[in-house]
Write a protein that binds this ligand. Structure first.
Ligand code: C6P
Length: 419
C-alpha cells in the first residue's frame, strides 16, 4: 500500500494483499472470510516484519545497555511511544504508558488513581454497555474503598439513556465509559459525556479498545483524562496496549507495579520513583510488540483514519442492504442499525437458531464471526438474549466478505428450515 492511498476498489485489493493470513484456506478448502476484528485484527506483513527485524537485528534490553543495538532498541521503543502520542494527539509522549492491553490500562487507573483518590461514599459512574474490563475493576475498587457504583442505563434496544445524566453525575468522582460498544458497535457521544462529567467535577476514563482502531481520536480535543486501548485490535501485536493520561493526573498518582526501571533510587529502606512515563513501567517491557505497534500506526496513518471510517460505513451500508431480506425471515439486528452511529459491527440473532450454532455453520463456509456474550454479560440481560452472533469489519474486508456472510446465513436458514 502507498502512503496517502484512498480506499478505492484497487486499493481494497492492495490492502488485502498486505495481510498474508487472508490468502490462507480453511481445512475444508474455503477462503478465509475474517469477520471478527472486534475480537482481534489481522496483521499486515509490515507489522510481522517489524517483529522479525527486532529479534533478528537488534534484540537487546532497553534503557540499560550502552552498546549499539541496545541504543537502537531503546530509540525504536521510544519512537513507537511518540507515534502513539501523535496518533492520539497527546501533548507529549510521556503521557503514553505502555501496558499489556486495555484491561491492564484500566486496572492501572483503578489501582493507582482509584486507590489514592476514592473514598467511602464516592461515586463511580459507568454505563450498562461496558465490557467486563471496564466493569469488574470498578466493582473491585468499590469493594476496596467503600465507593459506590452507579450506572447510566441502556434501554431494551441497547441505546444509552442520557436523559438523567446530570442527576447520575451528582457526587461522582469518576466516569468510566466505553467510546464504542464492542457488542453493538454503537459510537457513544463521548464529547458530550466528558463535558457534562467535567462540569460536575468528575474525571473521565474512556475505554477506547473498539474506537481507536476505527475512528480518529483526539484526546486533547475531547479533553479526556484517561484513554485505554489495545494494539491487537488495530493491526498491532497482542500483549501491548497503552494508557493515555493527562500529565498532571499521572504525576500525582502512585506507581502501579513496582520493581526495576520504574525507580530513581533504591535503598534497603525506601525508594524514589522514575519520571513519567517510566514510573508506571516496571520490569522489562514488551519491546518487540511496542515497536511493531508503532509500525501498525504508520500503516493506519498511511491508510488514513478518515478512510477507515468511510470504508467501514460503506461496508455497513452494503451489509444492511444485503441483510434486509433476511430480517423479514427472522434475523434480528441489535444496536443502532445506522451507519452514522455504528462502528463496523453487526450483532444479530437469526430466528431461534442459537448464536453458537450460527457461528458453527458459518465456520463450515470459512466465515469467522464471534458468538456469545462478548464479555458483556449484563448487557445480554438488558437485550433479553443469551448470546448474539457478531460480525465485525475492518479495512481488509470487502463486499465479498459480506456476500459470504449472507450466503452462510442462508445456509443456516436452509438447515433450520426457516422459510
Ligand atoms: N473485546 C471482543 O471480542 P483486551 O482484552 O484488554 O485487549 O481488551 C478488553 C476490551 C475492553 N474494552 C472493550 C470495549 C473491548 O471490546 C475489549 C475486548 C474483545 O469484544 C475481546 S473480549
Amino acid at each position: 500500500m502507498n502512503r496517502g492511498a484512498s480506499a478505492t476498489i484497487a486499493t481494497e485489493r492492495e490492502v488485502r494483499a498486505d495481510f498474508p493470513i487472508l490468502r490462507e484456506r480453511t481445512s475444508r478448502g474455503k477462503p478465509l472470510t475474517y469477520l471478527d476484528s472486534a475480537a482481534t485484527s489481522q496483521k499486515p506483513q509490515v507489522v510481522i516484519d517489524a517483529l522479525d527485524r527486532y529479534y533478528r537485528e537488534y534484540n537487546a534490553n532497553i534503557h540499560r545497555g550502552v552498546y549499539e543495538i541496545a541504543a537502537r532498541a531503546t530509540d525504536a521503543f521510544e519512537e513507537a511511544r511518540a507515534k502513539v502520542a501523535r496518533f492520539l494527539n497527546a501533548a507529549e509522549p510521556a503521557e503514553i504508558i505502555w501496558t499489556r492491553n486495555t484491561t491492564e490500562a484500566i486496572n492501572l487507573v483503578a489501582w493507582s488513581w482509584g486507590g489514592a483518590n476514592l473514598h467511602a461514599g464516592d461515586v463511580i459512574l459507568i454505563s450498562e454497555l461496558e465490557h467486563h474490563s471496564n466493569l469488574v475493576p470498578w466493582q473491585l475498587l468499590a469493594e476496596r474503598t467503600g465507593a459506590q457504583l452507579r450506572f447510566i442505563p441502556v434501554d431494551e434496544r441497547g441505546e444509552l439513556m442520557l436523559g438523567n445524566l446530570d442527576r447520575l453525575l451528582e457526587g461522582c468522582a469518576l466516569v468510566a465509559i466505553t467510546h464504542v460498544s464492542n457488542t453493538l458497535g454503537t459510537i457513544l457521544p463521548i464529547a458530550e459525556i466528558v463535558a457534562r462529567a467535567h462540569a460536575a467535577g468528575a474525571i473521565v476514563l474512556v475505554d477506547g479498545a473498539q474506537a481507536a482502531p476505527h475512528l480518529a481520536v483526539d484526546v486533547r480535543a475531547l479533553d479526556l483524562d484517561f484513554y485505554a486501548l489495545s494494539a491487537h485490535k488495530m493491526l498491532g501485536p497482542t500483549g501491548i496496549g497503552i494508557l493515555y493520561g493527562k500529565r498532571a493526573l499521572l504525576e500525582a498518582m502512585p506507581p502501579f507495579l513496582s520493581g526495576g526501571d520504574m525507580i530513581r533510587s533504591v535503598s534497603y529502606e525506601r525508594s524514589t520513583f522514575n519520571e513519567l512515563p517510566w514510573k508506571f513501567e516496571a520490569g522489562t517491557s514488551n519491546i518487540a510488540d511496542a515497536i511493531a505497534f508503532g509500525t501498525a500506526i504508520d500503516y493506519l496513518e498511511a491508510y488514513g483514519m478518515g478512510n477507515v471510517r468511510s470504508h467501514e460505513r460503506a461496508l455497513l451500508a452494503y451489509a444492511y442492504e444485503r441483510l434486509a431480506p433476511l430480517e423479514e425471515r427472522g434475523l434480528a439486528i441489535y444496536g443502532p442499525h445506522d451507519v452514522d452511529r455504528s462502528s463496523g459491527v453487526i450483532s444479530m440473532n437469526f430466528a431461534d437458531i442459537h448464536a453458537h450454532d450460527l457461528a458453527s455453520i458459518l465456520d463450515t463456509e470459512g466465515v469467522c464471526i464471534r458468538a456469545g456474550h462478548h464479555c458483556t454479560m449484563p448487557l445480554m440481560g438488558r437485550l433479553d438474549v443469551a448470546a448474539t452472533a457478531r460480525a465485525s469489519f475492518y479495512i481488509y474486508n470487502d463486499r465479498n466478505d459480506v456476500d459470504a456472510l449472507v450466503a452462510g446465513l442462508e445456509k443456516a436458514a436452509t438447515i433450520f428450515r426457516i422459510s
